[in-house]
Design a binder for this molecule. Sequence first.
Ligand SMILES: [Fe+2]
Ligand SMILES: [Fe+2]
Length: 185
Amino acid sequence: MNNPVKMWQDEHARFSRLLDFLDAQMLAFHEGGHPNYELMRDIIHYLKHYADCYHHPREDVAFALLLDREPDLAPVIKRLMHEHRVINIAGDTLYNYLDDILEDTVISREKVETAAATYLVYYRAHIESEDSRVLPAAARLMTPGDWAKVAAAVPPHADPLFGSDVGARYRDLHTQIKREQEFNS
Ligand SMILES: [Fe+2]
Ligand SMILES: [Fe+2]
């Protein structure tokens, strides 16, 4: 069986890569360059439809199990659970702004920059807390039965961006990621 903690970490690394791409596009936006708004919107779409719908619900089950085992984790876990809702709402806001830009609706730069900064800061800090505080505890405390409950939290769903069968919506984003991988290797 695959190591569930490693799979969890790997998923975070993939999300972080998308956040880095989003950040680089926002820098171009800030400097008056030409960000790729379609790809930015696809990133938020993926994070909303994959992370929010599959990754976070599994985490919520793992968090509840860990709270039982190690009550000292309560402050960090309660904050992380709350952040799942904040990330979801911040993602909606940013997605709608990107939609507005792509539909040529006039929108202030400050609004877009604030929404993107909020999303990026929140999301990165969230992943960092999970990697540093929760995953080590999960590796120590969770049993195979616990991991089965985590897996059963949502129906199995292949990753439509990083999996073997890339969804039609994410083809351009997938190509971009591959290109960057080749460039960096
Ligand atoms: Fe999370
Ligand atoms: Fe996570």
